[in-house]
Design a binder for this molecule. Structure first.
Ligand code: NDP
Length: 294
């Protein structure tokens, strides 16, 4: 049986969302109704579920949401024109374009087109730069949610050795930047690393963002380490569809000190931090408007 503390991301996300409702209320009293625009291009079923969940959580938190669903054959010009309109709309505070985009659309061009102040995913180069400088206002939601869980479990992270498995722009790299900012010693391993498991075994904290079902087993984990599993992999077991992480939970749980499950770990935190970013964006835009009006 599992010896590790099971980190309940669902419960923690609910607490974060609860605290945000008060912030939304305060903003509304000041005449600002925070609003998130969600853009979905194409009909990828997983993206559809993510978008529906985001819109639902926004409504539950008191955040307005507008959905823009475009067909898979949408041209880049059409998409960029929509983003320009959302950038210019003072009633919209956050813009999220659900990734991945259908083939033929340039994700970089789309991300670059979003006004940095409304980039609630934190993917725009200006926000990535702020993050690396240690001064992020809009940090990417998944790694920020992971950091929150780590702080809940371990408190001050100073001096801990963290290994991040994966170096994507949306999870691995920003995770490493946030852990560095939290005073961890950070190692990043990736597909070209020759000794990934051995490096992981040295870690007090392991964050797995690989996209390989159950890649990390007990042999990768130091006894007592905190393990955050970002992976969402859809596989079939005995003919049944199943969602599993990048960590082999059953193998790692007896060794780790604490571990996030999949589902119910990082996923709900990502959405909670998207709402947090939307409110942060609304607060800043409102403050800027107040300053101009004064
Ligand atoms: P990417 O495919 O963009 O990146 C995967 C990374 O893993 C790459 O850096 C790759 O290395 C590295 N990698 C691949 N194989 C190995 C290996 N054998 N050993 C070590 N490193 C390896 O994935 P994402 O970062 O976008 O997503 C990772 C996982 O997280 C996915 O399962 C995704 O679904 C999930 N996810 C979950 C979210 C949530 O809210 N819970 C949000 C976002 C993602 P290289 O760079 O060398 O190719």
């Amino acid at each position: 049986m599992s010896a590790a503390q099971r980190i309940d991301g669902k419960a923690e996300a609910a607490r974060v969302l609860d605290s945000l409702r008060d912030d939304v209320e305060r903003l509304r009293e000041q005449g600002c109704a925070p609003c998130l625009a969600v853009v979905l291009v194409g009909d990828d079923p997983a993206s559809d579920v993510y978008v529906r969940n985001k819109v639902l959580r926004a409504r539950e938190t008191g955040i307005e949401s507008v959905e823009h669903r475009l067909p898979a054959n949408t041209s880049e010009d059409t998409l960029l024109t929509l983003i320009a309109a959302l950038n210019a709309d003072p009633a919209v505070h956050g813009i999220l374009v659900q990734m991945p985009l259908p083939a033929g659309l340039d994700e970089h061009a789309v991300i670059d087109a979003i006004a940095p102040a409304k980039d609630v995913d934190g993917f725009h180069p200006a926000n990535v730069g702020q993050l690396v400088l240690g001064d992020a206002t809009l940090a990417p939601c998944t790694p920020n949610g992971c950091l929150h869980l780590l702080r809940q479990v371990a408190g001050d992270l100073s001096g801990k050795h963290a290994v991040v498995v994966g170096r994507s722009n949306i999870v691995g790299k920003p995770m490493a930047a946030l852990l560095l900012q939290a005073n961890c010693s950070v190692t990043v391993v990736h597909s070209r690393s020759t000794n990934a498991a051995a490096l992981c075994r040295q870690a007090d904290i392991v964050v797995a963002a690989v996209g390989r079902p159950r890649l990390l087993d007990a042999g990768w984990i130091k006894p007592g380490a905190i393990v955050i599993d970002v992976g969402i992999n859809r596989i079939e077991i005995d003919g049944q569809p199943k969602l599993v992480g990048d960590v082999d939970f059953d193998s790692v749980a007896p060794v780790a000190g604490a571990i996030t499950p999949v589902p119910g770990g990082v996923g709900p935190m990502t959405i909670a931090f998207l709402m947090k970013n939307t409110i942060a964006a609304a607060v800043r835009q409102q403050a800027m408007r107040d300053a101009i009006a004064a």
